[in-house]
Design a protein around this ligand. Structure first.
Ligand SMILES: [Zn+2]
Length: 174
């Protein structure tokens, strides 16, 4: 049993009993147990355990996760920086989230006393990341449709940096 339970830490429970929900939760549990295992407790919450009861018709699945509690950094730029670091680590581990955009309320980034975490991998996919160079304001790369970089990293960075895509870049001859 993990120390998270021995310490009496609160937990967060996700469960489902219909076929689609069960399939998604088992997929999420598999990611936590494999691609995300090294990121538990730093980038994603710790998975305490996965419980299934196949006697229930059709079946029942329950994920018990570390409960996260905290507040977002007051500085929006610092919050955005932390999110970008986290998503970079997620992609480096071979996973793309697929539910981060539109980034209306940062609902998949949860603050905690030990640092921000990314949550909800029900639709996430294994991913061979091509990476994405840091985007700067007026960076011509951001307009290069088909530029060979990771789409999720690219779009998130663009969104988080609040780059103004409505204006063409100021290109300077090199
Ligand atoms: Zn990627």
């Amino acid at each position: 049993m993990r120390d998270i339970l021995l310490q009496g830490t609160d937990v967060f429970i996700k469960w489902g009993s219909d076929n689609d929900r069960v399939k998604k939760l088992l997929h999420e549990a598999s990611l936590y147990a494999n691609e995300l295992v090294e990121l538990q407790g730093t980038v994603v919450p710790r998975l305490v355990g996965t419980f299934t009861d196949r006697k229930v018709n059709p079946k029942f699945v329950c994920l018990v996760l570390e409960h996260l509690s905290g507040i977002m950094p007051d500085d929006v730029f610092e919050a955005n920086r932390q999110m970008m670091v986290l998503i970079g680590k997620l992609h480096n581990a071979g996973v793309r989230h697929k539910q981060m955009l539109p980034l209306d309320e940062y609902e998949h980034f949860i603050p905690s006393e030990k640092g921000m975490r990314i949550v909800d991998f029900t639709l996430a996919e294994k991913h061979e990341c091509r990476g994405c160079p840091p985007l700067m304001p007026n960076d011509p790369l951001k307009f290069a449709i088909g530029y060979d970089c990771c789409y999720e990293l690219y779009t998130l960075e663009t969104e988080l940096a609040r780059l103004d895509l409505s204006q063409p870049p100021e290109l300077t001859p090199s």
